[in-house]
Design a protein around this ligand. Structure first.
Ligand code: BT5
Length: 261
């Protein structure tokens, strides 16, 4: 581990162990990707509530084969295993549900579908990658959440990123953020199961996208531009074009969503 990593406090195992039996938190000293480990545990039969986190994730994954980078102990890389009994068409809400939980935890705003933004310039502080895993006990969902807790400006991987420490101007208790995050996930997941309309309203209230003019870049190379006018029951973004036509785009249907103004 680098000198910077060693200077930073490690996660507090005892505080995380106290979250059992709801959450069984496994802390790895280092790993390729917490999502990959959590998915393997799911295939091996791990129950809902397993949480895999690490001090150092060195091959983190984003969407569409993009990479997620974080220095040791300066960020949270966490994957939560759920075994939802939701109808298949409602699984698309899982990434948005995770976004609501993170936004609540760190008082951030949501860029559809599930980037969490912070600060006056609304920079990216968290990325979420939800994967559906087929397992012998049925389909499972791995919610992969990366939060930049204590990165310094020179550690940011891209100019449009930020960290909690940069925005708050004070040191961040990484363990505390994870404890709050898991409580918020439990609440948001309960809403998804029992009161999806309420979750949808909560999502809209936290959205930095709905109401903005946007351009959705499509894998074909084309694009769809217009006003982001809402979220449909499947978690798709509604884009109303200049001619008044509204189209729904799913997270899997686009490469990038960019603000137009
Ligand atoms: C994401 O992908 O934003 C999802 C990232 C999910 C990471 C978590 S960490 C725990 C779990 N285990 C994993 O292996 N993954 C999950 P996407 O929307 O494709 O954005 C990726 C893009 O974000 C990259 O191409 C960079 O431009 C940018 N990026 C990379 N690292 C970043 C960081 N630390 N902070 C902000 N932006 C970052």
């Amino acid at each position: 581990m680098s000198a910077d990593g060693m200077r930073r406090p490690s996660l507090q195992a005892e505080r995380l162990a106290a979250l059992a039996p709801t959450w069984q938190v496994e802390i790895l000293a280092e790993t390729t990707s917490t999502n990959a480990v959590c998915a393997q545990r799911a295939r091996d039969g791990a129950p809902e509530g397993l949480v895999v986190t690490t001090e150092h994730q060195y091959a983190g994954r984003g969407r569409l084969d993009r990479v997620w980078e974080m220095p040791p102990r300066a960020a949270l890389a966490t994957s939560v295993l759920l075994r939802p009994t939701l109808p298949p068409e409602r699984w698309t809400w899982l990434p948005l549900m995770a976004g609501v939980a993170v936004a609540r935890t760190i008082e951030g705003r949501l860029k559809w579908p599930n980037d969490v933004l912070l600060g006056p310039e609304l920079k990216k502080v968290c990325g979420i990658l939800v994967e559906r895993i087929e397992t012998p006990a049925g389909p499972a969902a791995v919610l992969g959440i990366g939060i930049n807790t204590s990165l310094t400006p020179d550690e940011l991987p891209i100019p449009h990123a930020t960290s909690l420490q940069i925005e708050r101007g004070e040191e961040v208790d990484r363990t505390g953020v994870l404890v709050t995050l898991l409580a918020e996930i439990a609440d948001a997941y309960a809403l998804l199961v029992h009161d999806p309309e309420e979750l949808s309203a909560d999502y809209l209230a936290l959205s930095a996208t709905v109401g903005m003019r946007v351009r959705a870049e499509l894998p074909s190379g084309g694009a769809l531009a217009g006003t982001a006018s809402g979220i449909d029951p499947y978690g798709r973004l509604l884009i109303t074009q200049a001619d008044g036509l509204t189209q729904a785009v799913g997270a899997g249907d686009i490469v990038h969503l960019r603000p137009l103004d």
